[in-house]
Design a protein around this ligand. Sequence first.
Ligand SMILES: [Zn+2]
Length: 64
Amino acid sequence: MVEKIPPHNHCHMCMKAIPVGEKLCSEECRQKYTTLTKRRRIIWLFLWAIIVGSIIVLMLVQTP
Ligand SMILES: [Zn+2]
């Protein structure tokens, strides 16, 4: 016996079932999500700065 589940999404923060097309269930989760994505973007920028920086340093070191 297979129970058919109607199409739905899950809240990106608390995994609660929400209507299709929605990303988050409440204003509280929306705020948490915004903070998280902002922090993640800063971490990525930081990582990229390190990667690009070390490539430039390597290139400078290798050129005679
Ligand atoms: Zn939520």
